[in-house]
Write a protein that binds this ligand. Structure first.
Ligand code: ACO
Length: 401
């Protein structure tokens, strides 16, 4: 192993690695990915086991504390989260300030950033108790913030959190209940929602998590760091991909048009890419996509939804996986390929897809942020650059230019 810091100190050389494809920025004990084998583990537990046997509260505890909770620890943790789901009433003024057709992600960025102006008692990053309170607050309040962003965007009154419901049920209720009628929570849909949260909870040093770490490395308060993560997640190459998958499937429209779009994805002069395909780390099937593919069928069956987009998605996957271009580049479906279809079946508009991702990923972000703050090797994130601009030159007075 080359000690890059020593190498730089002695020689002045540094590595040039656009997109950090092979540069480790930190050490971490939270999430392990083997991209070649298509494996994902949190704290040593496989994502298949966690998605199949656990629930989101347990996974949140695991990511934050390093171990699965026992029954008492789980009950206490869940109760603590439940106690923090309410938003300060003054936060409602923030919502009212947004245009009524604002993208819910724009609202999320603003409202989460604004939390730092409300919770001064949990912004001291050197106090472990305050760090934990801030972490709990964000995990607890994110469903409320997300559901309110949705309610605002459709012009319906906000629905307050209910303490008798699970994390996923409460989110569904706040999103879909209307004054005239409470949302009827189907256990299968609540389970699928919970599973989607688990599958998106953490994914080591992706763009948004690295953003949270780099923002936090300067000592910024945790609410500001998570708001930065939400901004980074918004892009179509990251969290915005599931929204883009659905838009793409609608654009393809019919199975007979698939070859035309496959050809476009392969054409280097065409910016079109098959959304939901490819991953920086997975060069094999994304294990999360496998779990979601199965959930997708279950949810559609439970809800009695026959979505031609699912048939289209499966056909697209089949054709792409038989195509040399995708095979050679190891481009497999990623988690976003199926999540959009499930979310659509549950009733979420596409603009909410990335919001749900942000809600779930908040757990990973706060776990990674806490790990970074307590890392004795922690330094401010400060990449170097390869300067390609002008050499020094004489300043020319304005009248002489
Ligand atoms: N469709 C067509 N071609 C693709 C695709 C795609 N979706 N993804 C990669 N390629 C091609 C590239 O053009 C490149 O081809 P070349 O070697 O002939 O130039 C090769 O595969 C390697 O691609 P890179 O862009 O170098 O891969 P990188 O690791 O930088 O990008 C990324 C990964 C951003 C995810 C990319 O695959 C992509 O844009 N996919 C679509 C968007 C998407 O689904 N994002 C979700 C990611 S998962 C997540 O955030 C939860």
């Amino acid at each position: 192993v080359i000690d890059i810091r020593k190498l730089y100190a002695e020689t002045g050389y540094f590595t040039y690695d656009p997109g950090y494809t092979s540069t480790g920025s930190c050490d971490s004990a939270i999430t392990y990915i083997d991209g070649d084998k298509g494996e994902l583990q949190h704290r040593g537990y496989s994502i298949e086991d966690l998605a199949g046997k656990s629930d989101f509260m347990e996974v949140a505890y695991l990511l934050l504390h390093g171990e699965l909770p026992n029954k008492e620890e789980k009950d206490t943790f869940t109760q603590t989260i439940t106690n923090h789901t309410m938003l300060h009433e003054q936060m409602l003024f923030f919502y009212r300030g947004f245009r009524r057709d604002a993208h819910p992600m724009a609202i999320m960025v603003g409202v989460v950033g604004a939390l730092s102006s409300f919770y001064h008692d949990s912004t001291d990053i050197n106090d472990p108790h305050q760090r934990m309170v801030a972490s709990i607050r964000m995990i607890a309040k994110m469903p409320t913030i997300a559901a309110m962003a949705y309610k605002y965007s459709v012009g319906q009154p906000f629905v307050y959190p209910r303490n008798d419901l699970s994390y996923a049920e409460n989110f569904l209720n706040m999103t879909f209940s209307v004054p005239a009628e409470d949302y009827k929570i189907s256990p299968a849909v609540a389970r699928a929602m919970d599973r989607i949260f688990i599958l998106h909870a953490d994914h080591e040093q992706n763009a948004s998590t690295s953003t949270v770490r780099i923002a936090g490395s300067s000592g910024a308060n945790p609410f500001a760091c998570i708001a930065a993560g939400i901004s980074s997640l918004w892009g179509p190459a990251h969290g915005g991909a599931n929204e883009a998958v659905l838009t793409m499937l609608e654009q393809i429209g019919d199975k007979k048009n698939i070859p035309e779009f496959i050809a476009r994805a392969k054409d280097k002069n065409d910016p079109f890419r098959l959304m939901g395909f490819g991953h920086r780390v997975y060069k094999n099937f994304d294990p999360r996509a496998g779990v979601l593919k199965q959930s997708c069928h279950e949810v559609l069956e439970e809800l009695g939804v026959q979505d031609p987009l699912l048939d289209l998605a499966m056909e697209l996957e089949k054709i792409a996986l038989e195509d040399d271009y995708f095979v050679q580049r190891k481009l497999f479906p990623n988690v976003d390929f199926y999540s959009g279809i499930i979310l659509k079946a549950i009733g979420f508009p596409t603009s909410m897809f990335t919001v749900l991702f942000a809600l779930a990923r908040t757990v990973g972000w706060v776990a990674q942020w806490n790990e970074m703050i307590t890392d004795p090797n922690q330094k401010i994130g400060r990449p170097r650059q390869l300067f390609l601009g002008h050499a020094q030159r004489e300043y020319v007075e304005l009248e002489d230019r």
